[in-house]
Write a new protein. Structure first.
Length: 325
C-alpha cells in the first residue's frame, strides 16, 4: 500500500534547501499511498536543530498582530498583543499538575496568516489580508518545488495548536479558489494520528502517524479528500521531547538563511510548551496566477463541506463539536 514517491531533485538547489533548514532533496525519503494519488508523505527532512526555528516562530512571532488568533474572539486587542511575553515566565515555571492555570499561549488554538480564513463563512476575502511571513513562504516554496509544484505561492496559512486532549474533526479544505496547487502540512512536537479519508465523508479512512518534522502534501486527487486528527500522542521514543528537537540550531547558518538563531531562554519556553503539545502549519495557495476574488454579492457558499474547524474537540468539554453537514 505504501510506495516510494519520486521527487523533483533538480527543482531545489542544495543551497536553497539549506537556506530553509532542509536537507538536500536528494537525501529526502518520500512515500505515496496506493489509492490516494497526489498524496506525498515526507518523514522529517529538516537539518538537525532547524525544526526549532519554526517552533519558535509559531509560538513567538506568528501569533503577533496583525495576524489573527482564536483569542481575538474573546479578548480585547491589547490583551492579545504579546502572548509570548505574557506567557513565558508562567510556562517556564509550569509543573505537571493539571490544576495549574493555563498561560495564554496554552489557550492558543489557531492562528491565520496571509489571507485570513473566516471560520464563520468558510471563505477568504481580498479585504482581510496581511503580509505572509517571508521565511515560511520560502520554506513552503522549496517543499512544493521538490514535489513538482514550481511557482507555488504561499498565500494563506492556518496554524493549529494541539494538546493531548485536542482533536480536529473530519473536514475537507476546499475554500481556496485554486485547487490545482497543493496543500502543505508541517508538524512539530508531539505525535498524532492522522486519518486520510475519501471524497465522501462516510468513506473509511486510512490511519497513519505523524511525528515531529514530518511533512504531508495533498495534491491532485488527494487535494480535496476528507481528513481528521482524532488523537495527539506522546512521541514514540518515550522522552519528553522527540530526539530531533534536542539538538540546537547551528550557530553557523548558511548565507542567506531564512532561519534565525534562537536563544537558550527562548527554547526553554518552547520546549516546556511542546512537552504536552503539537503544532501544525498548513500552507495554501488561495488564488491561481492572475485570479481575483469574486464579488461578495455573487457568492453564498451554499452546500460547502466543512473546512478546517476552529474548535478543537476537547475531552473535558464536549460542547465543542466539529462542524457537520
Amino acid at each position: 500500500q505504501v510506495f516510494r514517491s519520486q521527487l523533483s531533485i533538480s527543482s531545489v538547489s542544495d543551497q536553497d534547501a539549506y537556506r530553509a533548514g532542509l536537507q538536500p532533496v536528494s537525501q529526502w525519503k518520500a512515500y505515496g499511498l496506493s489509492g490516494y494519488p497526489g498524496f506525498i508523505f515526507i518523514p522529517n527532512p529538516f537539518l538537525p536543530g532547524c525544526q526549532r526555528h519554526w517552533v519558535k516562530q509559531c509560538l513567538k512571532l506568528y501569533p503577533e498582530k496583525p495576524n489573527v488568533c482564536n483569542l481575538d474572539l474573546h479578548m480585547a486587542p491589547e490583551k492579545t498583543a504579546d502572548l509570548w511575553g505574557q506567557s513565558k515566565e508562567q510556562l517556564k515555571r509550569k509543573g505537571s499538575s493539571k490544576r495549574e492555570p493555563r498561560s495564554l499561549l496554552e489557550k492558543l488554538r489557531w492562528v491565520t496568516l496571509g489571507y485570513h480564513y473566516n471560520w464563520d463563512t468558510k471563505k477568504y476575502s481580498a479585504n482581510h489580508h496581511t503580509p505572509f511571513p517571508s521565511d515560511l513562504a520560502f520554506l513552503s516554496e522549496q517543499v512544493a518545488a521538490a514535489c513538482g509544484f514550481r511557482g507555488f505561492q504561499a498565500q494563506a496559512g492556518i496554524l493549529n495548536y494541539y494538546h493531548f486532549d485536542s482533536s480536529l474533526g473530519i473536514h475537507v479544505d476546499e475554500s481556496e479558489l485554486d485547487h490545482s496547487r497543493p496543500l502543505l502540512s508541517f508538524s512539530f512536537g508531539q505525535s498524532s494520528i492522522f486519518l486520510l479519508g475519501g471524497l465522501k465523508r462516510e468513506e473509511a479512512p486510512t490511519a497513519m502517524f505523524m511525528h515531529s518534522g514530518d511533512i504531508m502534501v495533498m495534491s491532485g486527487f488527494s487535494r480535496l479528500l476528507y481528513h481528521a486528527v482524532p488523537r495527539v500522542l506522546p512521541n514514540p521514543e518515550g522522552t519528553a521531547l522527540p530526539s530531533c528537537l534536542e539538538q540546537a540550531l547551528p550557530a553557523d547558518l548558511p548565507a542567506g538563511s531564512v532561519l534565525e538563531p534562537s536563544s537558550d531562554e527562548d527554547w526553554q519556553v518552547c520546549a516546556k510548551y511542546l512537552q504536552s503539545s503539537r503544532i501544525n502549519m498548513t500552507i495554501r495557495q488561495v488564488l491561481a496566477e492572475g485570479q481575483k476574488f469574486p464579488e461578495e454579492s455573487g457568492t453564498n457558499g451554499k452546500g460547502q463541506a466543512p473546512s478546517e474547524d476552529s474548535c478543537h474537540e476537547n475531552s473535558k468539554s464536549k460542547r465543542h463539536k466539529p462542524n457537520t453537514v
